[in-house]
Ligand binder design. Structure first.
Ligand SMILES: Nc1ncnc2c1ncn2[C@@H]1O[C@H](COP(=O)(O)OP(=O)(O)O)[C@@H](O)[C@H]1O
Ligand SMILES: [Mg+2]
Length: 266
């Protein structure tokens, strides 16, 4: 991870904890299949459309699928970075149609769990330095609450927990919030309810999660937004095209754009 092309990062002053990662937004879920990757892509795209220099970082080594949803054929990915074959800088590619940069995950087997914590720390530090080149970095985390996922999440100043209204998804979101809050008191965690049947139902789902957090953890992660269930999400994914390109007027797309606006005010 250290080569001559890394001269700038190694010379740069170590950012203070407060500054570090303040523009990195991690997307977590606990459970897989709740639309985390779709949400991460759409949020990055929305931020890029608002003029932000944005990087989408696929931090899921197990089920990396940013590249699949975008129809990319990455020549380099996070796997090559973790293996020490190239620097983050070298592995980042431009997704021209969306106007943002992408670091693809590793398609195929493997998981962050198999990577030594010292390597994960180097990766998190590199990410924090890389983030200085961007206005916003969106980090799509792997599913689960395992230590390695949380380790990478630590690079982020804000963590968005995505959940649907399914009880298993809510339970896993709660579990993620719990371990994260226990490890990092005062961490900025926000909630997105995805695939809600209506805004009203989404609010109810949020209240269920909020009550559990207040009652058992004495914390109150704010609601960042509700994304409605929308058939055009699946249709866009099937066509490997971002929804903001294919169906810019879809309800789910509008919901994510509103969330991106809120993120810009944080
Ligand atoms: N707002 C939504 N409305 C309808 N379907 C959705 C929505 N968000 C996600 N989905 C569906 O959920 C599936 C899983 O999405 P994905 O982003 O791969 O989830 P994850 O990264 O959490 O595993 C998608 O294929 C899509 O069909
Ligand atoms: Mg995913």
């Amino acid at each position: 991870m250290t080569s001559s092309s890394d001269a700038v990062p190694t010379l740069a002053p170590r950012p203070s904890e407060r500054q570090k990662g303040r523009n990195i937004i991690a997307i977590a879920s606990g459970k897989g299949g709740v639309g985390k990757t779709w949400f991460a892509i759409t949020t990055t795209h929305a931020l890029a459309r608002k003029g932000q220099r944005a990087l989408l970082f696929d931090g899921d080594l197990g089920l990396a699928n940013v590249d699949i949803q975008l129809g990319l054929m990455p020549r380099a990915d996070l796997g090559s970075v973790v293996a020490g074959k190239m620097t983050l800088n070298q592995a980042i590619m431009r997704y021209e149609p969306g106007g943002f940069d992408v670091l693809a995950g590793r398609s195929g087997s493997g998981s962050l769990a198999n990577i030594p914590p010292s390597r994960l720390q180097i990766l998190a530090d590199d990410l924090a330095l890389m983030a200085q080149k961007y206005d916003r970095v969106i980090l799509d985390l792997g599913a689960g609450v395992e230590k390695s996922v949380r380790h990478l999440a630590r690079a982020a100043g804000t963590i968005i927990v995505v959940t649907s209204d399914e009880p298993t998804s809510l339970t896993d979101a709660y579990a993620f919030i719990k371990v994260t809050a226990m490890e990092r008191a005062g961490v900025d965690v926000r909630v997105v309810i995805n695939a809600a049947n209506s805004t009203r139902e989404g609010e109810r789902t949020y209240q269920t999660l909020q009550k559990a957090c207040q009652g058992f953890l004495k914390i109150n992660p704010p609601l960042l937004g509700i994304v409605r269930r929308d058939m055009r999400v699946r249709e866009a994914i099937r066509n490997q095209t971002p929804i903001l390109t294919r169906h810019p007027n879809a309800e789910a797309a509008a919901d994510v754009e509103a969330i991106a606006d809120r993120l810009l005010k944080l």
